[in-house]
Design a protein around this ligand. Structure first.
Ligand SMILES: NC(=O)C1=CN([C@@H]2O[C@H](COP(=O)(O)OP(=O)(O)OC[C@H]3O[C@@H](n4cnc5c(N)ncnc54)[C@H](O)[C@@H]3O)[C@@H](O)[C@H]2O)[C@@H](O)CC1
Ligand SMILES: [K+]
Length: 528
């Protein structure tokens, strides 16, 4: 796990450190500038080898201040550096102003206007590096007045001017992206042309939420984090649940004890749909078994018994034809987790099964059809309890929480914009259980406000996961981990992490069946 901060949390950390007297804001800015230059040279060693030409675009706040430091450092290394400022130098905050003045001893500063990049790119084809230091975590509103600057910077990076393609490095976060939500302020949809798209983004101390949510990763392309010496000051006065965690492969708690037996790892019951609709439940069941549940049973309607029996071996099969049969099956107290949804059906029988399952109060994963049934019947929705996990994709989320989804989709006029983390937290609070909101930026939230993210982004980008049945396997992974004793939130975020790892391990050509079978290799990589 690592932490993802909001702008307010980052500011609180910086202010606490500065107030402690151990470091000044100016020193932090200097470290930030060094961090960016170091990251640039590490990313592109040829830029470190000899001096080149750079253009630094500075904004009106401390992000711009970082830009002036970067300009100075490059100049000291012999680079030819041009600097532009958006805003009034007299209104720069004190540390940025100091670095502006230091730069002015070395070179000039021109005004950054709409047309600047156009003519600059035409006249300076040899520019190797463009530094985007216009806005960072302080962006609070859209800046349409710079829209052309952004789009020209992108065309230049794409080679539109004499084929020259400078590397673009964004300081902290690509200008225009809200650091708390990853949303391009003032814009909706996929109109990203007018927003800075970097080759490299260098953030400080920790990634911000905006680096992994919504359009943030598209703008950032690759995010690295520079250490600016705040390590021992993680989050003073910030309640732990307010800090969103990014799931990593550390401390997953997946090892099994040598003295355990199969029932130490729980018994999961996965309910199957009717004949002709049984594959999804079997995918979930296989996921649950592979991830380590001791026993997994598929509960099948009578009509589908033969169909299921022909395709199950290690997974057990029991006839669970309807709600009465489910009640009977649940007399077995060893069944500690239920999974309902994958191709369960949307008829009255399926609705009744969901109702009975929820009434049992056991750990329960509700996916796919079960989510649709929940969205149709407020009475069933009201039966959700703290041991449940809901796993909606965006369409299911819209059906379950239409008002929350509308708020998330609305164009953001001011920052911090309402984020997917906010939406998932609100949904979890309303449902009274853990919600896993799928996507490349999968957000997991629980009613008490705890939130984590599994990012299938950057080097963990897993486009082959968008395949039929992958969601059923994820539901099975969560089910299996809950059978093993993982609490709902831990089961959901660990399962999401492993799901991505399985896709990455298998690679191109992945289909849902491959996901559970990729687990042994992934476990081995994790040292199990
Ligand atoms: N505070 C510190 O000690 C440090 C800050 N650092 C840098 O400082 C950045 C944050 O600085 P700031 O809080 O000054 O924020 P920014 O530099 O992101 O700039 C925000 C400034 O622009 C204004 N603004 C916001 N939206 C605007 C818009 N659409 N049009 C015009 N003006 C707009 C704001 O009122 C504010 O003055 C970080 O991203 C990071 O790059 C780093 O130097 C590390 C240390
Ligand atoms: K920036």
């Amino acid at each position: 796990m690592t932490e993802l901060l909001t702008s307010a949390q980052m500011r609180a950390i910086e202010q606490a450190v500065i107030a402690s007297g151990t470091v000044t804001g100016l020193e932090l800015m200097e470290r930030a500038g060094h961090g960016v230059v170091g990251a640039v040279f590490q990313e592109w060693p040829t830029l470190a080898a000899t001096s080149h030409k750079a253009v630094v675009l500075c904004g009106p706040g401390n992000n711009g201040g970082d830009g002036f430091v970067i300009a100075r450092l490059l100049k000291h290394q012999g680079w030819d550096v041009d600097v532009f400022l958006y805003g009034d130098p007299d209104k720069l905050p004190p540390d940025a102003r100091t670095n502006y003045e230091r730069w002015c001893e070395l070179g000039k500063v021109e005004a950054l206007t709409e047309d600047v990049i156009d003519s600059y790119a035409e006249n300076n084809p040899e520019t190797a590096l463009a530094v985007d230091a216009i806005f960072g975590t302080g962006l609070t509103r859209p800046f349409f007045s710079l829209a052309r600057v952004q789009s020209k910077l992108n065309s230049w990076q794409a080679g539109s001017f004499h084929g020259n393609r400078p590397k673009v490095v964004s300081v902290d976060i690509p200008s225009g992206i809200c650091a708390d939500s990853g949303v391009y302020l003032g814009r909706t949809g996929t109109s990203l042309d007018q927003c800075v798209r970097a080759n490299l983004t260098v953030s400080f101390h920790r990634m911000k939420l905006g680096h992994v949510l919504a359009q943030g990763p598209i703008g950032a392309q690759k995010t690295v984090v520079a250490d600016i010496g705040l390590e021992n000051w993680s989050h003073p006065h910030i309640p732990p649940n307010d800090v969103v965690k990014l799931k990593t492969g550390h401390h997953l708690g997946l090892a099994k004890r040598a003295d355990s037996h199969k029932f130490s790892h729980g018994h999961a019951l996965v309910l199957s749909g009717p004949a002709g609709q049984t594959g999804a439940a079997r995918l979930a069941a296989r996921g649950a078994l592979r991830i380590g549940a001791g026993v997994v049973t598929v509960g099948s309607p009578k009509s589908a018994m033969l169909e299921n029996a022909m395709q199950l071996t290690a997974i057990m099969l029991a006839e669970v034809d309807g709600p009465q049969a489910l009640r009977r099956a649940l007399r077995d107290a060893r069944i500690n987790v239920l999974c309902l949804g994958p191709a369960l059906g949307l008829d009255a029988r399926a609705a009744k099964l969901v109702e009975v399952a929820l009434g049992a109060g056991r750990r329960t994963v509700l996916d796919a059809d079960a989510l649709t049934l929940l969205s149709r019947d407020a009475g069933i929705f009201a039966k959700l309890h703290a041991n449940c996990v809901l796993t909606p994709h965006v369409g299911e989320f819209k059906r379950l929480f239409p008002d929350i989804a509308a708020k998330l989709d609305a164009p953001a006029a001011t920052g911090p914009a309402y984020s997917k983390v906010d939406a998932t937290r609100d949904a979890a609070k309303r449902a009274g259980c853990t919600v896993l909101f799928k996507g490349p930026d999968t957000v997991i939230a629980s009613p008490e406000g705890r939130a984590s993210i599994n990012a299938s982004l950057y080097v963990r980008s897993a486009p082959w996961l968008a395949t039929a049945g992958a969601g059923d396997v994820l539901a099975g992974f969560i089910t299996g981990l809950m059978a093993r004793g993982f609490a709902p939130h831990d089961a959901a975020d660990t399962a999401a992490y492993l799901h991505t790892e399985c896709a990455l391990s298998f690679g191109a050509g992945l289909i849902a069946e491959d996901l559970p079978d990729a687990l042994p290799k992934v476990f081995k990589t994790l040292g199990l």
